[in-house]
Design a protein around this ligand. Structure first.
Ligand code: HEC
Ligand code: HEC
Ligand code: HEC
Ligand code: HEC
Ligand code: HEC
Length: 169
C-alpha cells in the first residue's frame, strides 16, 4: 500500500513538473511590442495602402516591417500628442529603429515569396493574414498557421505544384 502511494505521489509530482515547465516556456515565448501600433488607424481609418509600409510585397520574397524612415514621413512632428504617438515621435527624432517582434516566419529550409503570391498569384493578404486593417493592436498569433499542410492545401486548391523541391530548395 505504502509503495503504491509512493508511486502515485511520484506520478503526480512528475505531471505537476510538466505543467510548470510548459507554463514557464509559454511565458518566455510571450512578447510585448515596443509600441501599441494600430492597423485600424493606419490601414483602416486613413486607408494607407499595405504596400506603402510593407514595401517588399510586390518585389521581394519578404514583405518587410517598415523602418522609422517610413513612420517619419508622417510622425516627424507630434500630431495629437497621445502617449503612443509621442513614443513613435521619440524613436523618429532620435533616429532609433523600433525593435518590432515578428510573428510570421517560415523555417530556413522553406522558400516562400510574397512577390510570387501577391503579384503573380494575385492573392489577397487576408487569405493568410486575416483582416489586418481591423486590428487596433499588433497581432499575437498567426491567422493561417505556417504549417506545411496549409501551404499544401491551398496549392492543391489552385492547381499549383506540390513538388517538394519547390518549397524546399
Ligand atoms: C501616411 C501617414 C502616416 C504614416 C506613414 C504613419 N502614420 Fe502613424 N498616424 C498617422 C495619423 C494621421 C495618425 C493620427 C490618428 C488619429 O489620432 O486619428 C497616426 C497615429 C499614430 C499613432 C497613435 C495612435 C493612438 O492610438 O494614439 C501611433 C502609435 C502611430 N501612428 C504609429 C506609427 C508608426 C509606428 C508608423 C511607422 C511604422 C506610422 N505610424 C506611420 C499617419 C501615419
Ligand atoms: C499565401 C500566403 C500569404 C499572402 C497572400 C501574404 N502573406 Fe505575408 N507572410 C506569409 C508567410 C508564409 C510569411 C512568413 C515569411 C517568411 O518567413 O519569410 C509572411 C510574412 C509577412 C510579414 C512579416 C515580415 C516579412 O518581411 O515577411 C508581413 C509584414 C507580411 N507577411 C505582410 C503581407 C502583406 C501586406 C500581404 C498582402 C499584400 C501579404 N503579406 C500576403 C504568407 C502570406
Ligand atoms: C503605416 C504603416 C503600415 C501599414 C499601412 C500597414 N502596416 Fe502592417 N505592420 C506595420 C507595423 C509597424 C507592423 C509591426 C507591428 C505590428 O505587428 O502591428 C506591422 C505588422 C504587420 C503584420 C505582422 C507581421 C509579423 O510577422 O508580425 C502583417 C501580417 C501586416 N502588418 C500586414 C499588413 C496588411 C495586410 C496591411 C494592409 C491592409 C498593412 N499591414 C498595412 C505597419 C503598417
Ligand atoms: C507548398 C509548400 C511545401 C511543399 C510542396 C512541401 N513542403 Fe515540406 N514544409 C513546408 C513548410 C512551410 C514547412 C515548415 C512548417 C511545418 O513544419 O509544417 C515544411 C516542413 C517540412 C518538414 C519538416 C517537418 C517537421 O515536422 O519538422 C519536412 C520533413 C518536409 N517539409 C518534407 C516535405 C516533403 C518530403 C515534401 C514533398 C512530398 C514537402 N515537404 C513538400 C512547405 C512545403
Ligand atoms: C492561399 C493560397 C496559398 C497558400 C496558403 C500558399 N500558397 Fe504558394 N502559391 C499559391 C499560388 C496561387 C501560387 C502560384 C502563383 C503564380 O501564379 O505564380 C503559389 C506558388 C508558390 C511557389 C512557386 C511554385 C513554383 O511553380 O515554383 C512556391 C515555392 C510556394 N507557392 C510556396 C508556398 C509556401 C512555402 C507556402 C506556405 C508557407 C505557400 N506557398 C502557401 C497559393 C498559396
Amino acid at each position: 500500500m505504502k509503495k503504491y502511494l509512493m508511486l502515485v505521489a511520484i506520478a503526480v509530482g512528475f505531471l505537476a513538473g510538466i505543467v510548470l515547465v510548459n507554463y514557464l516556456v509559454g511565458r518566455r515565448e510571450s512578447f510585448v511590442q515596443p509600441i501599441d501600433f494600430s492597423h485600424a488607424v493606419h490601414a483602416g481609418k486613413y486607408k494607407i495602402p499595405c504596400m506603402a509600409c510593407h514595401q517588399g510585397v510586390m518585389m521581394r520574397a519578404s514583405a518587410g516591417i517598415p523602418n522609422i524612415e517610413v513612420c517619419g514621413a508622417c510622425h516627424s512632428t507630434p500630431m495629437k500628442k497621445t502617449p503612443q504617438e509621442l513614443l513613435v515621435y521619440k524613436y523618429v527624432s532620435q533616429h532609433k529603429q523600433i525593435p518590432w517582434y515578428s510573428i510570421y516566419h517560415v523555417p530556413d529550409y522553406v522558400y516562400f515569396s510574397h512577390r510570387r503570391h501577391v503579384l503573380l498569384g494575385k492573392l489577397d493578404c487576408k487569405l493568410c493574414h486575416g483582416d489586418m486593417a481591423a486590428l487596433t493592436s499588433p497581432p499575437k498569433t498567426q491567422f493561417l498557421q505556417i504549417k506545411m499542410q496549409n501551404c499544401w492545401n491551398c496549392h492543391v486548391k489552385h492547381g499549383v505544384t506540390t513538388d517538394c523541391s519547390h518549397c524546399h530548395r
